[in-house]
Design a protein. Structure first.
Length: 115
């Protein structure tokens, strides 16, 4: 069963466009843990993160949320930390199944600031 820690605001690195592209952005899933995970106080109380709990969903079914943008970082240093985001506006029932949660998965737009 799954609990997700999701970033709610963009993290920004103003010093480097390359590093900024790798920062966690709004809607990116930071980690997926099993039901009953002992979240730290910082994880529970940080306004930049949200914990979503889906007791009817296997954590293994959601690992696509953790996938990096595909490609070769040697050829393209601007590859993003995650290929997908979680639609924070999605309303998912407490009795959700895997398909319900995966319906909130959104493909990230390619990084546009590559110059």
């Amino acid at each position: 069963m799954a609990e997700l820690l999701i970033r709610t605001v963009d993290k920004v690195n103003a010093d480097s466009r390359e590093l900024n592209s790798r920062c966690m952005k709004r809607g990116m899933v930071v980690t997926i843990q099993p039901d009953g995970w002992s979240w730290s106080r910082k994880e529970r109380n940080n306004p930049e993160w949200e914990i979503r709990k889906y007791p009817g969903v296997r954590a293994e079914a959601l690992t696509g949320f953790l996938a990096p943008e595909p490609g070769d970082k040697l050829l393209d240093p601007y590859l993003q930390r995650r290929q997908f985001t979680f639609d924070l506006a999605a309303v998912i029932r407490p009795d959700a199944n895997e398909d319900d949660v995966l319906a909130a998965q959104r493909l990230r737009a390619p990084w546009t600031d590559r110059d």
